[in-house]
Ligand binder design. Structure first.
Ligand SMILES: *Cc1c(COP(=O)(O)O)cnc(C)c1O
Length: 405
């Protein structure tokens, strides 16, 4: 059974004065990530009133992660982003408690981290900053769309603490080294490889391809609470875990985050992935039927760019015929009490995507209805609705500066 089909508690949002967002965007931090599955919610509720010995709880988490990810060990931290910081810190300090307390001052430690330039992503914050928070310094390898073995070899020195490799739609998808080649070069030089796979469905592939530590977000496809899963080889995992008595303290995860992430991992192993994929495909079909023949609108099905077993519907908008640009349509859908948030990170090309992963039953029809409503309104417009993209980009920062107003 799909977890989104499970009984939901009553919707608390109207009572809080919050809009009832419908998410066809993705597991976005700024929308509250994902639908947390019932098993995770129940596990969190059961543990919240009790005391536990946290190192023991993390020991149990280690076993669950090891089983799910095919690694020797693991632990839960507050986010994948904090996982990057503590994993890099552990590679610098090893099990030296004095060094752990000394960070982010890296005097006397190896403090360089090699990263391919095409992996210097922004996932809501720059990955470089996630690395630098530990005190480490990033050494870029190659150029935006070009990285070869000789460049990585030259970047590694006696100051290199580790390498970071990013698997993500945010990263450049061509011209770079695949993980198995990248890690082979690093391992020849004794450099451990930390893989940021925060949004990737495959829990075992990256370790097989040579990762020493791999990081996942519990709150994304897994449907867990906001937390980071740090999985990998025993000693490196321990060294990253020890950062909880250093810089990791500011990234503390609670007992509810740990038990919730464990439950989400276990629920993932039992999920009927085929049934979920079929349901998602039926949503894409519904939306493409609803949009068929509308002036200026065409759709196609696009597989996930990093190979996650998931498709999205691309909605292409011809502004002359539809009387509206793709971004103005996306903004129009965000108006009202039940805003529909679409996946608009490529909207300057004249399209957005509909992501089927985060819907409650029935919402697929509301999405179709809202699309048709806004397209009908636009068709009545005497001029093409076309606001400035630059203004749109800046609006987000203007709104943040007005916060909390
Ligand atoms: C989401 C994401 C992150 C951040 O994960 P959090 O758990 O939100 O900290 C890091 N890297 C990539 C590639 C991501 O997609």
């Amino acid at each position: 059974m799909s977890d989104n089909q499970e009984q939901q508690p009553a919707d608390i949002r109207p009572q809080l004065g919050l809009r009832q967002v419908i998410n066809v965007n993705g597991t976005m931090t700024y929308l509250g990530a994902s639908v947390v599955v019932k098993k995770a919610r129940d596990a969190m509720a059961a543990l919240l009133p009790q005391f536990v010995e946290m190192d023991d709880l993390q020991r149990k988490a280690s076993a669950v992660i090891a089983e799910a990810c095919g690694t020797e060990a693991g632990f839960i931290t507050s986010s994948a982003a904090s996982g990057i910081t503590v994993a890099v810190a552990g590679a610098m300090t090893g099990p030296d408690f004095a060094a752990i307390e000394q960070l982010p001052d890296t005097t006397g430690l190896k403090n360089e981290v090699v990263v391919m330039t095409g992996h210097m992503v922004h996932y809501g914050a720059p990955i470089e900053q996630g690395i630098r928070l530990s005190g480490a310094k990033v050494i870029q390898v190659g150029q935006a769309t070009f990285a070869r073995r000789y460049q990585l070899d030259a970047a590694i020195t006696e100051r290199t603490a580790c390498a970071v490799y990013v698997v993500s739609h945010h990263a450049v998808q061509y011209g770079l080294m695949p993980l198995d080649e990248f890690s082979a070069v690093c391992h020849e030089r004794g450099v451990p490889v930390i893989v940021d796979a925060a949004s990737e469905y495959d829990l075992k592939k990256f370790i097989r391809d040579g990762a020493d530590i791999v990081l996942y977000s519990a709150q994304k496809f897994l449907g867990g609470p906001t937390a980071g899963i740090v999985a990998g080889h025993h000693q490196l995992i321990r060294d990253a875990y020890l950062q909880n008595s250093g810089i990791g303290r500011a990234m503390k995860v609670g007992k509810e985050g740990i038990i919730g992430a464990m439950a989400a991992l276990q629920a993932w192993a039992k999920r009927d992935h085929l049934a979920v994929a079929n349901k998602e495909m039926s949503y894409l079909q519904l939306w493409s039927n609803a949009l068929a023949g509308r002036p200026g609108i065409s759709t196609d099905t696009v597989p996930d760019p990093t190979g996650n077993p998931l498709n999205r519907l691309r909605v292409k908008v011809n502004p002359e015929q539809a009387r509206i640009t793709a971004w103005d349509l996306a903004d129009a859908l965000m108006r009202g009490d039940k805003p529909v948030s679409v996946r608009d990170h490529e909207v300057e090309h004249g399209w957005f995507f509909l992501d089927p992963c985060n819907l409650h039953p029935g919402q697929e029809h509301e999405v179709a209805q809202r699309l048709i409503e806004e397209l009908e309104i636009a068709l009545q417009s005497p001029t093409v609705i076309a606001t400035s993209l630059e203004r749109r980009r800046n609006r987000k920062f203007e709104a943040l500066l007005r916060w909390p107003g």
